[in-house]
Design a protein. Structure first.
Length: 162
């Protein structure tokens, strides 16, 4: 299978605007399997959400360990043929407790390993600076014409940055 050459037909500042353009193409009967939304100029953003200490590390670890513990305990409890409901609930409770304890210990251990080099909690995300709607070269002119119809619907596309 040969790879199709793709051409950008519109560029937007937000994903929502690019999504709206592709939705407009869909409404006009455009073959969407020939289109894609591509984020350009991606950057990593790390939002600091607070200080990290042993207590908070233990709490995060306990929360992370509790759910797998419940699920594993519940699954083992379902294997009991005599009284699967009671044993599943009881083992799920034991799994919750065991998972929370192991998770808390693991969280504190991971916090202690860097030796105080990272005393904050954060969330990481990838954020493109713009989104391009690209289509296969053979249908690009049609896509440009259809996206131009967005202007008449009161939804102006964002002009491409140079």
């Amino acid at each position: 299978m040969t790879e199709q050459h793709r051409r950008p037909v519109a560029s937007y500042k937000t994903y929502r605007e690019a999504e709206r353009a592709v939705d407009h193409l869909s409404d006009q009967g455009f073959p969407l399997e020939r289109a894609a939304i591509i984020g350009q100029d991606v950057r990593l953003v790390e939002q600091v959400i607070g200080r990290m200490n042993y207590g908070r590390a233990a709490l995060h670890g306990a929360a992370s360990g509790a759910l797998p513990g419940v699920l594993i305990g519940w699954l083992f409890g379902l294997v009991n043929w005599l009284d699967p409901v009671v044993s599943a609930l009881l083992l799920a409770l034991y799994g919750l407790i065991f998972g929370a304890i192991v998770g808390a210990l693991f969280g504190m251990l991971l916090h202690a390993l860097p030796g105080g080099g990272r005393d904050f909690a954060s969330l990481r995300s990838m954020q493109p600076s713009r989104y391009e709607v690209v289509v296969d070269e053979v249908v690009a002119d049609e896509a440009v014409r259809l996206i131009g119809g967005l202007l008449t619907t009161g939804i102006p596309p964002v002009p491409e940055r140079t």
